[in-house]
Ligand binder design. Structure first.
Ligand SMILES: Nc1ncnc2c1ncn2[C@@H]1O[C@H](COP(=O)(O)OP(=O)(O)OP(=O)(O)O)[C@@H](O)[C@H]1O
Length: 985
């Protein structure tokens, strides 16, 4: 990793400010490494350009780039070199490379022109010392100069110049018998002097001067025209001497020539101008002034004056040559010599001054280097400190990490404890709610009893009062009758007495009339005539008497009646006059009490209705508290024919009956011990093998009640084949008949509270992902296409092409079950074992209306007997069985997915109801608006243990799912619209 990045990270963590990047750079080993010569120039250029912008933390001067001198390259100990001025560093470098190239080229030429490039390099090395490399790498291969140099490398030989031919200097050949031998000149003056001292000088040579221009010319020139051919044959240019070469003219020209100053690029000129350009192109004949193309830096010029005093004795050919040259020069060009000497001295002084400056700068550089080393040491110390801090931070981080892990573990523990506590609380809540429910039920029963008792009491009381009143009235009437009878008797006897008196009166009258008649009879005779008259008169009198008697009788009767009536009226009047107040008071009281009793009965009824509503509400709240998805487990008993029972225990059978534990087969543990794995599961209720259907139904009866109250309820049995699903759900005393019987009884009971229920039942089978109507005709079973549609607005499922039976009596349920059973039996004969290979769904729609309260409720009860789950590898099913098993497993898995999705508790989560026909059919009976109860059926056999554990795991997953709060589907009657349904039976 980049240390700077490291440091930044460290700063963030520790707050210690790291040194700046620039500050660190010198500490890096690379910064301290010497660059190879080929990289020098680039480095210098870079440092020059970047130092201006870089931050200098210590304020130290930028150390001068250390460059190897040629002497260093040659393996000599370091000596301060004359540095070029900063602005001309690049140029100096190129000068060096040019020098090197020039030298090696010259060498190539000098050694018979057959030396290869490597040979020239080795020659350079030989000259400069071991280990030195020719700086060819620095050369630009495509530069014009380089190109020309390359050309010159391959030149087979330097052609002999006309001048040399013409002059025919034997001395030259003598001094340098192998031809012209150029000297290799170093930029190091001492080196140069050394070379020059060793050089053989002819007696004729007076002055050999050479110059080093900063650009790329390194030239040794000598006055060839006036000296005998010397060893200082010019490297360049090769001059084509004109045919009329005149020594005098050359001297004259030399007078104008400032020796040591020449064309900056003679070689280029040479190549450009060609070797035959004549005198005009000869640089020696040009005025010697620095060309404008030269770099701004003044060229380093090294001039060695080889004065005669330093020459060897004149007896040597070299001395002779020198003397000759001096003499010649002094004789011919004294001014030029003086000027030249002066110039040389000036240059020497300049050179010395520059040497001193360079020495001073070297010393400064050393100091700077030392300071930098100190800085490097400081930075190293900082780095060490930072590393220590980093290490401590890392250890801190590890500690923090371990703390974090501990905290995480604690958090996990707390969470687990919390879950346990929540479970406990939930269980406690459930127990409490159950207790509450129980109390509430008891309270309701008690109130009901009290109400009935009070009603009975009131009725009894009223009855006795009415009876008392009636008795009183009867007695009064009897008395009145007796009195009337007695009065009638007295009247009758009086009337009879009156009649007897009248009779007696009329009898005496009759007797007197008879006496008179006898007297008169005599007289009759006398008066027989008169008698007949009298007889007639008598007859008429008799008639009158009869008439009178009849009139009397009538009058007597009338009189009696009138008297009786009169008497009754009189008595009545008397009676009424005496008791009317008390009687009316009594009647009023009686009426009032009756009114009160009726009002009390009304109030009691109202209260009862309110309590019924409250009971429903409380009941459903209790159901909600119990959870909208509840799971119960039932273990069927072992049949006599079955062997090898599984080890199943019920740890809390005496208390809650909510746990079941299975013991797995014995296993050998890693430590070599026999261990028996135990699998414990907890549900809302666990029924052992001894439980009866009635006991099971008691637990679910409340849910069935919810369907009447307007909820969608779904009860399904899940488990492997033969675990007891059908026995629990559809046997003669299973959940379906019990549920329908309860619903019917409850609907009857609710009638007195104003509820009228309409109940319609359907029985659908899902076999191989197709719907079949189990209440239709057996022959249509596989022909009729049953359609299931949904009404999302009403959240209702509509079955088309199915028979739905109205439950108008308890017997209808039995009929439904019989028909369904028959159809399944038919199907079972058609397809082997179909009954256990299909899902059967009994759907009971309950629509209730209350005319008194105006309420309406729509609930559905779904009782589902699922097909037995089976593992394919276990069943080894093939063909049709394989397809059945695959369809069963698919639909059961879809059921699991639906419950999972419902439990994800995210609003808008997609619930995959459409993935199977079963879940599609139960869409509105599973989920938010419904209450679900799952029975997981368990086989008691060891052979089914694995399948049992799988079923129990699935059930546990369902048990841990929370599917939201169910909503009651109630409306007022105004909103009532008939629910659509399938074909009616
Ligand atoms: N609780 C129980 N008490 C007595 N017998 C039972 C009980 N449960 C189941 N059985 C008997 O076990 C046998 C298998 O039961 P059942 O047919 O109900 O299983 P199933 O799970 O419905 O099987 P399938 O998935 O094949 O329909 C039947 O003979 C049934 O009478």
């Amino acid at each position: 990793m980049d240390p700077a990045m490291d440091n930044q990270g460290f700063v963030k963590r520790s707050g210690i400010k790291p040194p700046s990047k620039i500050n660190l750079e010198p500490t890096s080993p690379r910064a301290l490494t010497e660059l190879p010569p080929s990289g020098m120039n680039a480095r210098i250029a870079m440092s020059q350009s970047t130092t201006a912008t870089k931050h200098k933390p210590s304020g130290l001067p930028e150390p001068a780039a250390k460059r190897k001198t040629l002497a260093e390259l040659g393996g000599e100990p370091y000596k301060p070199k004359i540095p070029a001025p900063p602005s001309s560093r690049h140029t100096s470098n190129s000068v060096k490379s040019t020098v090197a190239r020039g030298m090696s080229a010259s060498l190539s030429r000098a050694t018979g022109n057959t030396v290869s490039r490597s040979a020239s390099a080795s020659a350079f090395g030989g000259s400069m010392g071991p280990g030195a490399k020719a700086p060819v790498a620095n050369a630009r291969p495509k530069s014009a100069y380089g190109h020309n140099r390359s050309k010159s490398h391959h030149q087979p030989s330097r052609p002999a110049t006309a001048m040399s031919k013409r002059a025919g200097y034997d001395e030259d050949e003598e001094a340098n018998p192998k031809g012209s031998q150029p000297f290799l000149i170093s930029t190091n003056p001492k080196e140069t002097l050394k070379v020059l001292k060793k050089a053989p000088v002819t007696s004729r040579a007076r002055t050999q001067s050479f110059e080093v221009t900063p650009q790329k010319t390194f030239r040794i020139s000598h006055s060839r025209a006036i000296s005998s051919p010397s060893i200082f044959r010019p490297i360049t240019p090769v001059i084509e001497e004109p045919a009329d070469f005149d020594c005098e003219e050359v001297c004259a020209n030399l007078g104008a020539l400032k020796l040591g100053v020449s064309d900056a690029e003679p070689r280029e000129s040479e190549s450009e101008r060609g070797m035959t350009s004549g005198r005009d192109t000869n640089p020696f004949l040009k005025p010697a002034k620095p060309p404008s193309r030269l770099p701004q830096a003044s060229p380093v010029r090294q001039t060695v004056n080889r004065t005669p005093t330093r020459h060897p004795p004149s007896s040597t050919p070299r001395a002779k040559r020198t003397n000759f040259l001096n003499r010649f020069t002094n004789d011919r060009c004294p001014d030029f010599y003086d000027e030249r000497m002066e110039a040389m001295e000036t240059q020497f002084r300049e050179f010395t001054a520059r040497m001193e400056r360079d020495m001073q700068q070297a010393t400064d550089n050393k100091e700077t280097a030392q300071q930098l080393q100190g800085r490097v040491a400081e930075l190293e110390a900082i780095r060490a400190r930072l590393e220590t801090a980093n290490t401590s931070l890392e250890s801190d981080m590890k500690d923090t990490q371990s703390c974090l892990n501990t905290v995480k573990m604690e958090l996990e523990m707390t969470r687990r404890n919390h879950t346990f506590e929540a479970d406990d609380l939930r269980r406690k809540l459930r127990n409490e709610t159950e207790e509450l429910e129980f109390r509430q039920r008891k309270e309701t029963d008690r109130m009901q009893r009290e109400k009935e008792e009070s009603e009975e009491k009131i009725v009894r009381k009223f009855k006795s009062q009415i009876e008392g009143l009636l008795k009183e009235h009867r007695e009064e009437l009897a008395e009145l009758r007796k009195q009337i009878d007695a009065d009638g008797e007295v009247e009758r006897s009086r009337r009879a007495r009156e009649a007897q008196e009248k009779e007696a009166e009329w009898g005496s009258k009759l007797r007197a009339a008879g006496h008179e008649t006898e007297a008169k009879q005599r007289e009759l005779q006398l008066v027989q005539g008169e008698l007949i008259n009298v007889k007639a008169e008598l007859e008429s009198t008799r008639n009158l008497k009869t008439g009178l008697q009849t009139q009397l009788g009538l009058a007597t009767t009338n009189n009696l009646t009138l008297e009786a009536a009169n008497q009754a009226m009189k008595e009545k009047i008397n009676f009424l006059e005496s008791d009317s107040q008390a009687q009316s008071q009594s009647f009023n009281d009686l009426h009032k009490r009756m009114q009160d009793a009726i009002e009390a009965a009304e109030l009691a009824n109202d209260k009862l209705r309110q309590e019924e509503t409250l009971r429903r509400k409380l009941f459903n709240q209790v159901q909600e508290l119990k959870g909208n998805i509840r799971v119960m487990c039932r273990v069927r008993p072992k049949h006599d024919s079955e062997n090898d029972p599984a080890k199943i225990s019920f740890p809390d059978v005496d208390t809650d009956s909510k746990e079941v534990a299975m013991l797995g087969p014995e296993k050998m543990s890693a430590t070599g011990k026999d261990i028996t794995p135990s699998y414990a599961y907890s549900f809302d209720r666990v029924f052992g093998p001894g439980s009866q259907n009635g006991e099971v139904f008691e637990e679910i009866s409340q849910l069935v009640q919810s369907a009447l109250d307007g909820y969608n309820v779904c009860i399904f049995c899940y488990g492997q084949t033969g675990a007891g699903k059908t026995f629990t759900m559809s046997s003669a005393d299973g959940m379906i008949p019990r549920a329908t019987a309860q619903i019917y009884a409850e609907a009857q009971r609710l009638e007195e509270k104003g509820w009228r229920y309409k109940m319609e039942g359907s029985f659908i089978e899902v076999y191989n992902e197709t719907y079949n109507d189990l209440l239709g005709r057996a022959e249509d079973l596989d022909k009729k296409k049953v359609e299931v549609r949904h009404d999302p607005a009403k959240k209702q499922t509509i079955l088309e092409n199915t028979v739905s039976v109205t439950l108008d009596s308890a017997q209808r349920v039995e009929e439904i079950l019989d028909t369904a059973d028959k159809n399944r039996t038919v199907a079972a004969t058609k397809a082997n074992m179909r009954s256990s290979r299909s899902h059967s769904v009994f759907i009971l729609k309950l629509v209730g209306t209350n005319q008194i309260t105006g309420e309406r409720s729509e609930g559905t009860l779904n009782l589902v007997d699922l097909a037995g789950s089976e593992r394919l590898e276990h069943s080894k099913a093939e063909g049709a069985r394989l397809k059945e098993t695959q369809n069963i497993n698919k639909s059961l898995s879809c059921l699991g997915d639906v419950i999972n999705a419902l439990g994800s508790a995210k609003e808008g989560t997609h619930v995959p109801y459409r993935n199977s026909k079963l879940t599609y059919l139960l869409q509105y009976s599973l989920g938010g608006n419904s209450k679900t109860l799952m029975f997981v059926m368990v086989s008691p056999l060891q052979a089914h243990l694995q399948e049992t554990i799988t079923s129990l795991k699935f059930a546990t997953k369902v048990h841990n799912t929370h599917i939201g709060t169910a909503k009651k589907q109630t409306k007022t009657i105004k909103d009532d619209k008939p629910a659509s349904a399938g074909a009616k039976a």
